[in-house]
Design a protein around this ligand. Structure first.
Ligand code: AMP
Length: 310
């Protein structure tokens, strides 16, 4: 059963310690769709692009069976634009410019086949738009959501209303602290769980990701590492690629049990590890299933240990 994603589709200007690129195809929904398409068929994208966008830029997603029929083209405006810089700390993007452009007035109307899907991912975008899409869905099995400082600081009250209605929140470490107003991540996760989602994933860049889940009153924590890589080219989209692997796997297995959540955390980490190896979606376009399976095994090796005979 497939998944609907709404979120930014963007042109990004990127600056990392390894180089600079302009007008790279990006956006939260784009990175998510690319990664999740390896786990579920027919990922359905909802978003908008402007007159400066060539729809054949999305051909690589169509080839991976992503349904882009609900990506609107607004001829009166320009595509969402984000300009970001990473210094030596690749975990922290510095936003230099955000231009919402066609997203400022975007009002999607989901078709019935989209509304009936069981899984929804509200990728990073205006929380009002996230809620608009959420309200159009016909009783999904679960709803997941991502956000960032731009919205936590700019539209906190709207964001809290969206978060209240979701089952799974994925958020990075700094933003978890900002949202919860708590420095300690264990306490921050508990505060966020009280806001609504029973599953909270805190992404920590090169330090991996933490899962806090409360299913049937059982609280559990899991930690997934990031793969130590000798070359990291561009971290942009790592969080969305993580979400693509994580939620794509959960949609594929159809449960939120402990075993599946843990496996999903590794699927997320695998996809994020590929994403950072090239600018934009370039690495995802080269990827095949054998690469993913091999890297999953690398993760298993990385964290395997025996309990000593004390
Ligand atoms: P991440 O996975 O967090 O690195 O996401 C990076 C992507 O998020 C980039 O491709 C940007 O186009 C997109 N992005 C940046 N700022 C925003 C924003 N305020 N709302 C939605 N998407 C954004």
């Amino acid at each position: 059963m497939s998944i609907v994603v709404v979120g930014s589709i963007a042109f990004d200007d990127l600056e990392t310690p390894t180089g600079k690129r302009e007008r790279v195809l990006g956006g939260a929904a784009t990175h998510f769709a690319a990664a999740s398409s390896f786990f579920v068929e027919g990922v359905k994208m909802v978003g908008v692009v402007g007159h400066d966008f060539a729809m054949n830029d999305l051909d690589f997603l169509k080839e991976r069976d992503v349904d882009v029929s609900q990506v609107q083209i607004n001829k009166d405006g320009r595509t969402f634009h984000w300009k970001g810089r990473y210094g030596n700390d690749l975990n922290e993007a510095q936003t230099l410019d955000t231009q919402l452009n066609v997203f400022a007035t975007f009002c999607p109307e989901l078709t019935e086949d989209f509304q009936k899907l069981p899984y929804l991912f509200l990728a990073n975008i205006d929380p009002v738009l996230q809620r608009n899409v959420l309200q159009q869905m016909d009783k999904p099995k679960w709803i997941a959501c991502d956000t960032m400082n731009f919205w936590i600081e700019g539209k906190r009250d709207e964001l809290l209303k969206t978060i209240e209605a979701v089952d799974i929140l994925l958020i990075n470490e700094t933003e978890a602290r900002l949202l919860s107003r708590e420095r300690n991540l264990v306490k921050a996760a508990a505060i966020i769980q009280d806001m609504g989602p029973s599953v909270v994933v805190i992404k920590r860049g090169e330090y991996g990701a933490l899962l806090f889940s409360c299913q049937e009153s059982v609280q559990e924590t899991f930690s997934a590492p990031a793969l130590p890589l000798s070359s990291v080219i561009d971290p942009t989209g790592a969080g969305d690629s993580f979400a693509g692997g994580f939620l794509g796997y959960l949609a594929r297995v159809g449960t939120l049990d402990s075993k599946s959540l843990r496996q999903a955390m590794i699927c997320g980490s695998v996809m994020a590890s590929f994403n950072v190896e090239a600018f934009g979606c370039e690495r995802m376009q080269q990827l095949n299933w054998a690469d993913i399976a091999n890297r999953y095994r690398q993760f298993q090796q990385l964290i395997h240990f025996e309990i000593p005979n004390f």
